[in-house]
Ligand binder design. Structure first.
Ligand code: CA
Length: 440
């Protein structure tokens, strides 16, 4: 850890000190923005309180030098990819440069008085974009509770398949349909078959679901044929975001055998607008999953002492929902679940090392999803499939409406944050999406 983690840092942006902000000076997540109704090209910004710091303007004022200036020079672009490719040491230098600008005794305030909103834009006056051009998207299945719950619905006698505790299970997802938070989610159409019928029909999904996941982006990549050892895996993770892996359960149930998820998943995946860097997460590192006595040890290529000791993250994820009727009646969104990333059987470093273990090349901006984050208790289930037990136990909303799966007009809001005594709480910002009716 370094001076950017000091919980006593003071910032001249007042809103960064609000107890409820996701973005104190210790966080400094990166995103892509432009001032609303401007002709600006979208470019890299850093969230601070309820404001966005324009890295490019501060660079042109000469406020970065050395490695920080080199990194800042990659911030006049409409994606984070070029910045991510520099590797985490460069990102650390840039973070420390930004702390020097924003801290109360730092070099920034006089410049702000002169430059105003050319260097600091209110979030309320900005348009946010998907932060990364994702080349490849891979989704894992790392919560042993999620895997056991879902498995037990389909295979009551044998919920967890024999490979689960050896292999970080995953599949290749679809990058083209990754969308920014706030993008409407059009209900997918597809083939579904009810048990009482011999043949499937084609139409709008009736079992649309969300999945609350943590995403992590690859920073520096690896060469094709050159695996990433587990000891070096963390260096290749640029940062983290929230992911909603929208899922059509009825399409999934009919199509998934024998090759796995396809059209049930590829119609949309939402990500939160800010990428929280691996460095910002450092104070919240935690031990890897505490395996049961009977569980196998990870194979050598997935096992490193430092990852076992610090590869987990103390991070909380929440899912909130507001139906169209709730919105009309001004009933606030209601929380459906709250869970802890400590329930994940595999660490992000294990997932990344496994992904590259066959020589597969990962590239800057690739997105890896953790899989649905579900814990032991019912209040910790990260999708409706589990929460309503495939529709058998509907959720009742404050309006009296019931939900087995998502209805048109429902908004799903995901939130995430890290907190620990002795450190400033940092959050991810909302990942939102409203379901709209199927096309045609
Ligand atoms: Ca998923």
């Amino acid at each position: 850890m370094n001076e950017s983690h000091d919980p006593h840092l003071e910032c001249w942006v007042r809103s960064a000190h609000n107890a409820s902000t996701d973005f104190p000076i210790q966080n400094l997540p990166f995103g892509i923005f432009r001032r609303a109704e401007s002709d600006d090209e979208p470019r890299v910004g850093v969230a601070i309180g309820d404001q966005i710091l324009d890295v490019t303007t501060w660079l042109s004022e000469g406020l970065f030098d050395g490695a920080a200036a080199e990194a800042a020079a990659r911030c006049a672009l409409p994606t984070l990819n070029a910045l991510m490719a520099l590797g985490n040491e460069a990102i650390s230098a840039l973070r420390r440069g930004i702390v020097a600008i924003l801290s109360t005794d730092g070099i920034g305030y006089e410049n702000f008085k002169r430059l105003g909103d050319a260097c600091l834009t209110p979030v309320s006056g900005a348009q946010l974009f998907a932060p990364v051009k994702v080349g490849d998207y891979t989704d894992f299945y790392a919560s042993v509770y999620h895997a056991t719950n879902v498995g037990s619905m389909f295979r009551p006698d044998n919920p967890l398949l024999p490979n689960y505790k050896f292999v970080p299970i995953g599949y290749h997802g679809r990058a083209s349909s990754i969308v920014a938070s706030g993008t409407e989610i059009i209900r997918p159409r597809g083939q579904t078959k009810v048990p009482t019928s011999e043949i499937p029909t084609f139409g709008p999904s009736r079992m649309l679901d969300y999945e609350s996941e943590l995403g992590f982006f690859v920073g520096r990549g690896n060469t094709l044929g050159a695996p990433i050892p587990i000891q070096r895996a963390a260096e290749h993770i640029f940062g983290f975001c929230l992911v909603n892996d929208w899922s059509a359960r009825d399409i999934q149930a009919w199509e998934y055998q024998p090759l796995g998820p396809f059209l049930a998943k590829s119609f949309a995946t939402s990500t939160s607008p800010w990428v929280v860097t691996a460095e910002a997460i450092e104070p919240f590192r935690a031990p890897a999953f505490a395996r049961d006595a009977g569980d196998p040890a990870p194979l050598d290529y997935l096992s490193a002492p430092d990852d076992q000791k610090n590869g987990g993250i103390q991070l909380f994820l929440e899912v909130w929902m507001q139906s169209a009727i709730m919105r009309d009646q001004k009933v606030p969104a209601v929380r459906l679940s709250r869970t802890n990333f400590g329930s994940m059987y595999w660490t992000p470093a294990q997932m990344l090392a496994h992904h590259a273990s066959n020589g597969c090349n990962l590239r800057p901006g690739d997105l890896l999803g953790s899989g649905t984050v579900s814990g032991k208790d019912k209040t910790e289930r990260g999708c409706l499939l589990e929460l309503t037990w495939r529709g058998a136990e509907p959720v009742t909303l404050p309006t009296g409406e019931q939900r087995r799966f998502l209805e048109d007009g429902d908004e799903v809001i995901m939130r995430g944050y890290c907190e620990r005594d002795g450190f400033a709480r940092i959050g991810f910002g909302d990942c939102r999406g409203i379901v709209s009716p199927a096309a045609g």
